[in-house]
Design a protein around this ligand. Structure first.
Ligand code: PAF
Length: 290
């Protein structure tokens, strides 16, 4: 428990605090969030604490990563509850800027990461990674910490951020934190709060089906296209509609495999809807060794 959680909205105060820590020889770690915090976020805060003495969490529901028809207006918000959870997890500072300060009138710049942003989420939500890269670039400049921690739950986002930090020479190390799951395998997500009781019962099947697919791929009991097709059929049968994708990709750059067999470390990624809620999940896949 860190009773000393400070809430800061002003970027100059944020920079002054991080600079003071640095002068005192204390490393700092940033955990960017959109709030509505759950155990998955808190595990990232704890991971951040293993990397740095000081932890900054940011809370900003970034309008630039929502399309007009998406859930910006209804996205769950609970700053006070979030602050209490962060204090309990050992966070030192919560940076919660106002939207008007992040994007003042006349804001005209966007950051675009090619290649790794293009497939999967990039095809279905073309606005998304530009919005994420733009706000994360701003956060890296506003909170010049030594490292930043992002969840593997948003695996493509993690790769996009890593590529952006490398390409633009941000002097910050990017660390991925493992997905935290409910007992039935459902990946923790702020959007799980949208699920009805019946939908919640179905939701866990997404991970069960992905785990079966991983087992088939790792033992080459099915080629990549057949495994993807079967998982889509199983999800549809379980009540997910539509299934946006189930795709097996290179773990480093999300490139598609030319053949049927997983020959390098891979990731299986999926996105599917239950009612009005869109769930995403992914799992690592080891290369098949005959
Ligand atoms: O993963 C999220 O919560 C958001 O996409 C992030 C990284 C905080 C940027 O708004």
């Amino acid at each position: 428990m860190n009773a000393q959680l400070t809430i800061v909205r002003d970027v100059n105060a944020l920079r002054a605090q991080i600079a003071a820590w640095r002068s005192a020889g204390e490393r700092s770690a940033l955990v960017p969030t959109m709030g509505a915090l759950h155990e998955g976020h808190l595990s990232l805060v704890r991971l951040a604490r293993t990397q740095a003495k000081r932890v900054v969490a940011s809370l900003f529901v970034n309008p630039k990563q929502f399309a007009a028809h998406e859930d910006l207006g209804t996205y769950p918000r609970d700053e006070q509850g979030d602050a209490e959870k962060l204090a309990g997890a050992g966070c030192d500072l919560l940076y919660a800027p106002e939207a008007a300060a992040m994007y003042p009138p006349g804001f005209a710049t966007s950051v675009s990461v090619a290649e790794v942003s293009a497939p999967l989420e990039g095809e279905i939500r073309p606005h998304f990674f530009g919005g994420v890269a733009t706000v994360v670039a701003k956060l890296f400049l506003q909170a010049p910490c030594d490292v930043a921690v992002f969840g593997e739950k948003d695996y493509q986002q993690l790769l996009v951020v890593k590529r952006m930090a490398r390409d633009l020479d941000f002097p910050i190390g990017i660390i991925g934190g493992e997905t935290v799951r409910e007992a039935d395998g459902l990946a923790m997500s702020s959007r799980n709060a949208y699920l009805s009781e019946a939908e919640r019962a179905t939701a866990g099947k997404l991970n069960v089906i992905l785990r079966e697919a991983v087992a088939r791929l790792e033992t080459a009991r099915g080629g990549i296209p057949a495994v993807e097709k079967k998982a889509i059929a199983q999800l549809t049968e379980a009540g997910f509609a539509p299934v946006d994708y189930v795709s097996v990709r290179d773990a480093d750059d999300l490139g598609a495999f030319p053949g049927d067999i997983v020959v390098r470390p891979a990731r299986i990624l999926a996105a599917a809807w239950i009612g009005k809620t869109r769930l995403i999940d992914n799992m690592p896949v080891k290369a098949f060794a005959a």
